[in-house]
Design a protein around this ligand. Structure first.
Ligand code: ZN
Length: 132
């Protein structure tokens, strides 16, 4: 990637709702001994979701324990980049992309103990499952 391309990506990231396709930054995953480190900070900032919520989802889906260290999730166990990315894609579908219009410009709102998605594009609001 050259400098112009990089600049373009930075600019694209600043205007998430232009109708262009949704390309969140890749989540970097690497293994360290018997642990897997997942770098969630860039992704979380881009999609406007708390690192804690994404982490909870990943731990639940991968049936792994883990801890959050800043923008990183440290999973107990070894998981491939591919399996982590698959779960990230699932998360994106379930908790980010609007079911009604397909816009990624949505908010996750916590109400009491439940979560709902509110879409800034079409105004849709619907509940989403709580992660156990
Ligand atoms: Zn919508």
């Amino acid at each position: 990637m050259d400098y112009d391309e990089m600049l373009k990506r930075v600019n694209d990231a600043r205007k998430p709702n232009t109708g262009s396709r949704f390309e969140p930054p890749e989540v970097e995953t690497y293994q360290s001994g018997q642990k897997t480190i997942v770098e969630l900070d860039k992704f979380a900032a881009y999609v406007n979701r708390p690192v804690g919520h994404i982490s909870k989802y990943l731990m639940h889906e991968l049936t792994a324990n883990g801890q959050i260290d800043g923008g990183k999730l440290i999973l107990g166990g070894r998981f491939s980049k591919k399996s982590v990315q698959e779960k990230i894609n699932q998360y994106t579908k379930e908790y980010i992309i609007c079911r009604e219009c397909g816009s990624p410009d949505t908010h996750l709102i916590k109400e009491d103990r439940n979560y709902k998605i509110k879409c800034m594009g079409c105004g849709a609001e619907y509940p989403v499952g709580r992660i156990k």
